[in-house]
Design a binder for this molecule. Structure first.
Ligand SMILES: [Zn+2]
Length: 440
């Protein structure tokens, strides 16, 4: 039973991997947010927004996971996982002030003016009928004061509405919808303390601060809009667990159907966030697995023109260049720094021949190959081969069987010493990389 389920998950995973997020490195501060459309566009679209404040990873990772690990089988979902992408990369709440206070009036000179106009246009789009803005708030919201961490002045673990209802066609009963979400989340609590409540901010009755927010802008444009808050007291993956529970309920309420390719529990969510994350460079000539990557990789082949084209397994990844150091960011985390070894790149993208545990195989550049005992790189007159961390007296690296002990561990891609680089050069131009991953 478990075996079958896992096979299903693997199959789904392969489908999702096709949906890579393409990007180029940006040198300035204008990081545009992504709009990811899932399912088939219709007039009942759910718009999910994460990352309005860069220091709330529970919210933006949830939106990102929905874009990478869910398939929408009925209905339409639009996802903005990284609204304030610059603040996410900077790990700062708002480098240009709080973005969630810029929805009433805003000077055209504000550096975030264009971003605000763009997100407003999606909120106002007639296809969009319900909007959820994801936040991580401090402590635990409680309707009555219990203690400093559990009180009406805290924002964690609640579903936020600006008022009880709206005069619109669909989803006008904000309070009832919010109650349904809260009830569903509370059926799936990991701990009693994590209990959700409806939090009505009664914005119209004179909350000047809340009048400047995204949700208030939305309801004034005739859209049902909700804030969903997880608690900053919780680990990131636990926050994501609660956000996703809420989002699944919103989809359910709207008649949107989905398939999720991980188990909805603490472990399942953790693995979805941290495992199987990749970045592919230069037309897939290099594929880097990131979950266990070392913090610093030396002599990394970067194209001489210094432009780095990459595809990432999720929309929260970015490569930022400073001098000859290229830093890979994943949301608030800095996964690794690549120190450039500037190379000319060969135009051709080929396959190369190996023996993997004695079996002949043709392998494309950018592949990660699992090896039990040993591998052998076949001599190919078109290429010079460099197995990073391997040396022998004869200085010959092809047509010899190599096992893990023969490569110096400090040259591995990963912290644990299982993954090694085999680089190919053709007439002194970099041609591509294959990664060897020892299984033990
Ligand atoms: Zn927030």
């Amino acid at each position: 039973m478990v075996f079958d389920l896992n096979r299903g998950i693997l199959k789904l995973y392969k489908i999702f991997l096709l949906a890579f997020f393409t990007s180029t490195l940006v040198a300035n501060n204008t990081l545009n947010f992504s709009l990811i459309k899932k399912g088939i566009d219709d007039n009942n679209t759910l718009l999910i927004i994460g990352g309005i404040q860069g220091d709330e990873p529970g919210g933006f990772i949830s939106a990102s996971l929905l874009s990478t690990h869910y398939e929408i089988t009925k209905g339409s979902v639009w996802i903005v996982p990284n609204l304030n992408f610059y603040s996410i990369i900077k790990r700062s709440r708002g480098p240009y002030g709080d973005m969630n206070r810029k929805f009433a009036t805003l000077s055209k000179k504000d550096p975030e003016y264009e971003t605000i106009q763009r997100i407003k246009s999606y909120i106002k789009d007639e296809r969009v009928k319900l909007i959820v803005n994801l936040h991580d708030g401090s402590g635990y919201y409680r309707p009555t004061y219990i203690d400093n961490l559990h009180s009406p002045y805290r924002w964690g673990q609640c579903s936020i509405i600006d008022q009880t209802k709206l005069n619109i066609q669909k989803y006008s009963n904000l309070k009832e919808i919010s109650q349904q979400v809260v009830k569903y989340v509370n059926k799936n609590l990991l701990k009693d303390e994590h209990k959700y409540h409806v939090h009505n901010t009664r914005t119209k009755e004179g909350d000047k601060e809340m009048e400047k927010t995204l949700t208030y802008f939305a309801i004034n444009n005739g859209k049902a809009a909700f804030g969903n808050e997880a608690s900053k007291s919780l680990a990131t993956h636990t926050r994501v667990y609660y956000h996703l529970l809420a989002l699944e309920k919103y989809m359910d309420i709207m008649g949107i159907e989905y398939k999720r390719n991980f188990r909805m529990d603490s472990k399942g969510v953790y693995a979805a966030i941290n495992n199987d994350i990749y970045i592919s460079l230069y037309d897939n000539r290099i594929k880097l697995p990131l979950s266990e990557i070392r913090g610093f990789l030396k002599y990394f082949p970067i194209k001489k023109d210094q432009i780095i084209d990459f595809k990432a397994s999720n929309p929260l990844m970015k490569i930022v260049k400073k001098g000859n150091i290229y830093t890979i960011h994943y949301g608030n985390r800095r996964l690794s720094k690549l120190k450039a070894d500037y190379q000319e790149y060969n135009k051709k993208n080929d396959k190369v021949s190996f023996l993997i545990d004695g079996e002949p195989r043709d392998i494309a550049f950018g592949t990660i190959v699992n090896v039990s005992k040993n591998f052998l790189v076949k001599h190919d007159e078109n290429f010079r081969v460099n197995i990073i961390g391997y040396t022998n007296k004869q200085k010959i690296e092809t047509d010899v069987n190599i096992n893990k002990k023969q490569i110096a561990k400090r040259f591995s891609i990963d912290k644990k010493g299982y993954i090694y680089r085999v680089e190919y050069y053709s007439k002194d131009k970099f041609a591509g990389m294959v990664l060897i991953k020892f299984m033990s």
